[in-house]
Design a protein around this ligand. Structure first.
Ligand code: AMP
Length: 321
């Protein structure tokens, strides 16, 4: 299928690359690396990476603005469903390609390359480049590395397979990626975020069956001088806590009038619960947006039931988990 994708890229003079709303480093890295690789390979094509950006990830690269895209190709990365595509309408394009690593939700593209066992969308772009005539350089390789390590939380998950390490090895060898620079850019944070992390650790509530959750209200964000995006992204720092199987941050986003739920798991599958509330994601990393803290807490209750079943099915000791 990589050859088919390459042929479609070759056919179009204007190519728009989009990804999901609520940008994260993997989505942004995938679209920027693919854009830059296509531009390097075909300097005369117009290639745009679009969507709402954030200063937080400006080290990954710059996004583009586009007004005219008649008769063009749309490539959607890291997005399983139409409704979560940021700033592009599928029906406005002549041809559409989806490249994704989420569980399948709906078909919306002419070519759909879905590998839901891949560590990240960036990993798939790495493979696409290696298996076609698309070119790469050190900058593009580093952008792809940002994507892969952020979605795999630095190779923590089972989604990191022999294929992942083999691709990373090839890219490290071919492009001399400066990994300490990459980690500095991705992980350096202001002290107030660390202080908020301390607040979360001290105030997380744990349910009977091991769901840890925390309400990060607007007042708390003001107190710790962080925005809702920074607060919502704290979720990945709470892995490996013996007493919790599933953990949830419930972050008030006053600017957009919504509450963002981020869920992570070290065993029970959580994406069905997120889907029940108009959200989604992966088996062990999901999210949703709700309107009230009440609905957020009902998600916590559902997750508690999922954990209860998981504890029974796996003969776990409830005292320890
Ligand atoms: P987050 O907790 O925001 O980092 O998201 C974790 C995973 O859940 C990512 O794969 C997201 O694409 C997915 N996700 C987050 N929020 C939503 C949502 N409102 N609807 C569908 N999927 C979501």
């Amino acid at each position: 299928m990589f050859k088919q994708i390459y042929k479609a890229i070759k056919r179009y003079d204007t190519i728009v690359i989009a990804r999901h709303v609520g940008v994260d480093p993997d989505a942004m890295a995938s679209q920027i690396a693919l854009r830059d690789s296509i531009k390097l390979t075909f300097p005369n094509k117009n290639v745009y990476a679009i969507g709402t950006g954030t200063n937080r990830f400006s080290f990954i690269g710059k996004l583009d603005k586009i007004e005219e895209y008649s008769n063009s190709l749309l490539i959607v990365v890291d997005t399983p469903d139409k409704k979560r595509i940021d700033s592009a309408r599928v029906s406005d394009f002549s041809y559409v390609i989806k490249i994704d690593h989420h569980p399948f939700i709906e078909k919306f593209a002419n070519i759909e390359y879905i590998e839901d066992t891949a560590s990240s969308a960036a990993q798939i772009i790495m493979e696409l480049i290696l298996n076609t005539k698309l070119l790469c350089n050190k900058d593009i390789a580093e952008v792809l590395y940002y994507g892969l390590i952020s979605d795999s939380n630095r190779f923590l998950f089972n989604s990191c397979t022999a294929k992942t390490f083999s691709l990373v090895s090839t890219y490290l060898k071919n492009y001399c990626i400066d990994i300490s620079k990459v980690y500095q850019n991705l992980y350096l944070r202001p002290f107030n975020e660390v202080r908020l992390e301390g607040y979360i650790a001290s105030n997380m509530i744990v349910t009977d069956h091991g769901v840890g959750y925390i309400d990060i209200t607007d007042d708390i964000q003001t107190k710790y001088k962080v925005d809702s995006a920074a607060a919502g992204n704290m979720i990945n720092n709470f892995n490996f806590i013996q007493e919790i199987l599933v953990w949830v941050t419930i972050t008030e986003d006053v600017k957009n009038g919504q509450i963002r739920i981020s869920i992570r798991s070290r065993g029970p599958e959580i994406n069905k619960v997120a889907e029940n509330h108009n959200g989604g994601g992966h088996k062990f990393a999901s999210g949703a947006k709700v309107e009230t803290f009440e609905e957020a807490h009902s998600i916590v209750n559902e997750l508690d039931k999922v954990c209860s079943l998981y504890i029974k099915d796996n003969f776990l000791d409830e005292e320890v988990i």
